[in-house]
Design a protein around this ligand. Structure first.
Ligand SMILES: NC(=O)c1ccc[n+]([C@@H]2O[C@H](COP(=O)([O-])OP(=O)(O)OC[C@H]3O[C@@H](n4cnc5c(N)ncnc54)[C@H](OP(=O)(O)O)[C@@H]3O)[C@@H](O)[C@H]2O)c1
Length: 283
């Protein structure tokens, strides 16, 4: 793919889209926020693709409030399921390829090993179910990138929450019975660009390496910040107060098995990238 090809990114105010916009900035690039393009509106989607004529549409737009989706099923379906369908329909008219960003929540988390791309999906939450429907809207020529536990410098996320709390004396508690791969938007964005340039299609797991529980992730952050471990308590999911409406997979670890088949390496261990992010966040 040469630099003249045009990329269109949806959900332009999100945490991943902001880093994607940075890694694609040398390209002919259009970034559309929800105000510019509501992906749940088929006519708007068609108009935008006919107007901008991108070769590749990267759909980061989603309702990502996992618990909120349980209460607003209709909105979750409109955006997470019908949004990708609208994009594919419009892409059929313009000849664009679609990159759909998806999630570890399409799995039930019951396996006792990391999930590979071809493992059976069985989402337990409305968020996971609607995101799976978004995957199913894709054609064989499109690309699905599943990632997990996303955080970075932009938007609001758990990393920024932990850093903010760690800068106070406030006690925090995190669960020790959900494990996954914390993934940083800047690292994931680099691999998405490489996959787009390779014109890869099908399903790819793209996460930072190093599996931890949420408690272990928070402890790693506090240790790097030099905070006392007494600030942090270890709990189980059923001790969460208030309890969460949406069930979470106990095992969210995604094996990035498909990346080497196209000659790519997975993003680094999260412990490699974390200190660099903390340097910026703790400035
Ligand atoms: N966060 C995670 O831990 C995680 C884990 C795995 C996979 N993912 C997936 O990765 C992708 C990016 O996640 P993220 O954390 O960067 O999300 P994010 O920061 O919540 O950004 C999502 C963006 O989508 C926009 N949006 C919502 N409804 C829309 C609509 N109808 N039309 C157009 N845009 C709309 C939002 O707009 P507003 O800013 O105006 O609300 C927001 O800017 C999502 O597809 C998500 O499902 C996320």
């Amino acid at each position: 793919m040469t630099a003249k090809h045009k990329i269109l990114i949806t959900g332009g105010n999100g945490q991943l889209s902001t880093d994607l916009a940075q890694v694609f900035e040398s390209r002919d690039l259009v970034v559309l926020t929800r105000e510019d393009l509501d992906i749940s509106q088929p006519h708007q989607v068609q108009e935008a693709l006919l107007h901008h004529k991108p070769e590749v549409v990267i759909n980061t737009a989603a309702v990502t409030d996992v618990d909120g989706c349980e209460h607003n099923v209709e909105q979750a379906q409109l955006v997470n399921s019908q949004g990708p369908q609208n994009l594919v329909r419009a892409a059929q008219l313009t000849g664009a390829r679609v990159v759909q960003i998806s999630t570890d929540y399409v799995f039930d988390g019951a396996l006792d090993r990391p999930y590979i791309e071809s493992d059976e999906t069985n989402p337990q939450s409305i968020y996971g179910q609607t995101k799976l429907a978004g995957e199913q809207a894709m054609r064989d020529t499109d690309l699905i990138v599943r990632t997990s536990w996303l955080c970075g410098l932009h938007g609001s996320n758990i990393l920024k929450t932990i850093v903010r709390l760690a800068q106070t004396d406030k006690a925090m508690s995190f669960v020790n019975d959900q494990i996954g791969h914390p993934s940083f938007t800047n690292d994931v964005a680099v691999i998405v660009r490489q996959l787009v340039e390779l014109e890869a299609h099908g399903v790819f797991h793209v996460t930072n390496q190093g599996s931890v529980s949420w408690y272990q992730f928070a402890k790693t952050i506090l240790d790097l910040m030099g905070r006392p471990s007494e600030q942090l308590a270890e709990i189980t999911s059923d001790q969460l107060e208030p309890s969460r409406p949406a069930p979470r997979p106990a095992n969210s670890v995604l094996d990035n098995k498909a990346l080497p088949t196209v000659g790519l390496s997975p993003p680094p261990d999260f412990r490699e990238t974390l200190p660099k992010l903390l340097e910026v966040l703790c400035e």
